[in-house]
Ligand binder design. Structure first.
Ligand code: ZN
Length: 176
């Protein structure tokens, strides 16, 4: 089954900036390892990043963050995209909402997505849900996702397992 890695919102505002945290920073080396292994195998690497415009519905909930064209929306340098990677901008929690991701995955022949990034209970979860609704298999490496607390992390991982049949596995067990 052809796989691709989705890197969700590993951007300045969610790692170091406005909504940044030590917990989010913890996943950076793990995502880096995942990406190195994926590239070695020739798997497509697709970055999804928040890039909001004034007036976006989501800003009513969270205030301004990850505004398009600002540093806040930039992917953190440790795992910057490399030649051949894909970078899609998003304006909602789900990486599938008006981003062209579904079409891209279809063109690449991808049937399974490995979802990494932040936060586990919001954008990762909504992305996993939409992937499942569209017929993709979902894998979530536990060390490659994070959110605000251990409890939120556990709940989100459990729900993705239960609701979307996601394979929630440690990074060393991820099949690429
Ligand atoms: Zn946002």
């Amino acid at each position: 089954m052809k796989r691709a890695v989705l890197v969700v919102d590993m951007i300045h505002d969610f790692v170091y900036g406005k909504f940044g945290s030590e917990r989010a920073q913890r996943v950076v080396p793990c995502v880096k390892e995942l990406l190195a292994r994926a590239r070695e195998k020739g798997l497509p690497v697709i970055y999804l990043r928040d890039a909001h415009k004034k007036g976006d519905k989501e800003l009513e909930v969270w205030g301004e963050h990850a505004m398009k064209g600002t540093k806040g929306s930039e992917i953190v340098p440790e795992i910057a995209p490399q030649k051949g990677d894909y970078v899609l901008e998003k304006t909602r929690y789900s990486s599938f909402h008006e981003t062209g991701l579904d079409k891209l995955l279809d063109e690449l022949g991808v049937k399974e997505v490995i979802v990494a990034g932040v936060t586990t209970d919001i954008c990762v979860r909504h992305t996993a849900a939409d992937a499942f609704f569209r017929g993709y298999s979902v894998t979530v490496p536990t060390e490659c996702v994070q959110t605000i607390s251990d409890e939120a992390q556990c709940n989100a991982l459990d729900e993705m397992k239960k609701l979307y049949n996601a394979k929630v596995v440690s990074l060393s067990k991820v099949i690429l």
